[in-house]
Design a protein around this ligand. Structure first.
Ligand code: SF4
Length: 363
């Protein structure tokens, strides 16, 4: 019987190993070696050893993993610079191949949904980032050889995590397992288009010990329903008032993060009165605002915004009393930047239906 450390927490893995005649001590040691040193025991389920493709743009690395049926996951390793020229790294993981949400500014949204990923396909992205990708930067060394030390995980790759929530929650349990990858739960963030049922389910999930500081990011992207419904079809089914109430109700802790993401698109949502309206919407919700300059998808109708417009928008939000950060764009030329993941080759395929009600209409 093969056991799968990519699908099971350490306690589940040890219980399953014990039931199949292995010692608990040996099983736990093997689980730790797998997640901490990349050593796979022969009696464990196979795991992808390396990406099928790896692209580098400056210090951002995008890699693709095959998940069968000519489908691939896309993941991005993003450098976070620190003093002294050192880097920590954030891994952006996919929860689905493609996405059914159809946001008009997003490359993945143009693909449609191919299918949701399994737990092992999500966790495997971290494993390969740590032990499978080729480290391309000669001026950085890593004690254990190839791969990257990953400090943070964000569910901001392909897919809507709330549409694959059971798998996402189990993946988070594994990411944060102190006998496994041991990512601190405050370093894991789930980003959603605004599925309110999923936000509430995540709020329940993080009531558990050891998971209380998992972060939530809301992809807001508009100051009002009129604009949001034109760029995010989900808004026609779940308008901003519903979303705001879910954000208000989401359990917040002094050290945990609730973040509103705002992709700034020229001529769509970038005016200063939009900033005022947005801040009025966020008033009273304890959250930070993250302004992301639009990264043009393929065949984009919009260009990227200029720096002056982004800075003016951020300054106006700050002047409104809203804690606001500007995200620096990384990986744009490798189509690895935010909103740019997605394989053009598979766009022609049929969509699959969702387990949860889709937006009322879609583009
Ligand atoms: S922005 Fe997120 S939810 Fe919208 S289409 Fe892209 S991946 Fe899906």
């Amino acid at each position: 019987m093969t056991l799968d450390p990519l699908s099971l927490t350490s306690s589940e893995f040890v219980a399953a190993a014990f039931a199949s005649g292995r010692s608990k001590f040996d099983a736990l040691a093997a689980y730790r070696r797998f997640h901490r040193a990349g050593e796979r025991a022969q009696w464990m389920a196979p795991c992808a050893a390396a990406p099928v493709q790896q692209l580098v743009d400056d210090r951002t690395v995008k890699f693709l993993l095959s998940v069968g049926g000519d489908l691939e996951t896309e993941s991005v390793i993003i450098p976070m610079p620190h003093r002294g020229g050192r880097f920590s790294r954030t891994l952006c993981v996919s929860s689905q191949v493609g996405c059914a949400m159809g946001c008009t500014f997003c490359e993945t949204g143009q693909m449609g949904l191919m299918r949701s990923l399994t737990v092992r396909e999500i966790v495997q992205q971290l494993h390969v980032a740590r032990f499978g990708v080729t480290h391309p930067f000669a001026d950085e060394t890593r004690a254990s050889g190839g791969g990257f030390d990953i400090a943070n995980i964000v569910f901001m790759g392909m897919g809507e995590p709330m549409d694959n929530l059971d798998a996402v929650l189990q993946a988070i349990r594994i990411f944060c397992d102190m006998n496994g990858p041991a990512i601190g739960c405050s370093r894991v963030t789930v980003s959603t288009v605004g599925r309110t049922a999923g936000i509430r389910a995540l709020g329940e999930f993080i009531q558990q010990d050891g998971l209380r500081r998992v972060g939530l990011a809301i992809s807001l992207n508009a100051p009002n329903d009129e604009i949001r419904s034109t760029i995010m079809p989900i808004n026609r089914a779940e308008p901003m008032a519903l979303l705001r109430q879910a954000m208000v109700d989401f359990p917040k802790r002094p050290t945990s993060a609730l973040c509103a993401e705002y992709v700034l698109i020229p001529g769509v949502n970038d005016r200063l009165d939009h900033a005022d309206e947005l801040c009025a919407f966020l008033k009273g919700i304890r959250c930070s605002l993250n302004v992301i300059p639009y990264n043009p998808r393929r065949n984009s109708p919009w260009p990227a915004p200029d720096d002056a417009t982004v800075d003016a928008f951020v300054d106006r939000a700050i002047a409104n009393g809203q804690f606001t950060k500007r995200r620096r764009t990384k990986g744009r030329t490798a189509m690895a930047a935010c909103g740019q993941l997605g394989n053009e080759r598979v766009r022609q395929r049929k969509f699959v239906s969702l387990a949860i009600d889709p937006p009322a209409t879609r583009e």
